[in-house]
Design a protein around this ligand. Sequence first.
Ligand code: NAP
Length: 329
Amino acid sequence: MATGQKLMRAIRVFEFGGPEVLKLQSDIVVPVPKEHQVLIKVHACGINPVETYIRTGTHNVKPRLPYTPGTDVAGIIESVGDKVSAFKKGDRVFSTSTISGAYAEYALAADHTVYILPGNLDFKQGAAIGIPYFTAYRALFHSARAKAGESVLVHGASGGVGLATCQIARAYGLKVLGTAGTEEGQEIVLQNGAHEVFNHREANYIDKIKKSVGEKGIDVIIEMLANVNLSNDLKLLSHGGRVIVVGSRGPIEINPRDTMTKESSIIGVTLFSSTKAELQQFASALQAGMESGWLRPVIGSQYPLEKAAQAHEDIIRGSRAAGKMVLVL
Ligand code: NAP
């Protein structure tokens, strides 16, 4: 270690594998921001399912080892590099990407991936914006081209992306139906924009949705678990309806005929494919939501940094979501 270097605690991954490869280290050098970079003192960090896929080494994003996982932090600007004009030391911010990783006491980020966190949101809420809200916005408006007055089913509405989708869709004038797997989840979905909620663990819930929407069907389905639901989704759609595949964890058999008479579409979405210009556009819409108050992330399970492996275990295996999972530092 060179003289004067500051050390921090951070999670490091030295080999791809199960949750146990997330190792807490206390001697990681705090990075120094260069041109157009900022250093954030992290107060909270979002845990996203994609970080578990990347950790296994099977995702198309495959970082060079060792690495620190994560993209979504909220905290305070500690220092800024040259040519940074939008931020100064002491600003409250959140990020949508990091250079050095997010599961750490400090995170280095490019200035165009950092945004001011308004005073009406705390750091945990700030850490719940990045992947969930940007994905929800992209799925609704870039992928589905949803319009005010249309109906949307958020299939898996109780987690990070689902609640974000409910809030955004309601704010933009859609009729919002959501699903959750527990009573607590259902309650939270209703409190966050859904007009109606269903339990996706109930045997006959698809019939209940069909009854509720009638002959016309649903215009847009934002799908969190396509490998379970895609076949049913196609039967729920309206003429010209769109299923947006946000999450899928395996194969499923569908009948392509179900798309024909209704001329419906199945569209995949990947937040990581967004261009810089698209991200700026999503950010502007979301910033407006923070200002006017409809964007209010709901926080679910919270873990300290040293329990990151437990959080990874729980987000994949124990999903009984009631808001966004975060690490609190
Ligand atoms: P999360 O917070 O863990 O939430 C998972 C959601 O899935 C919960 O609402 C859960 O409901 C629900 N679920 C469980 N079983 C279900 C079922 N049979 N049918 C419908 N929903 C079900 O995860 P997240 O951050 O919201 O992410 C959701 C999915 O989207 C993940 O697979 C993630 O990898 C993916 N994703 C993709 C992108 C992209 O760019 N394509 C971006 C972000 C996330 P209960 O727990 O109440 O049962």
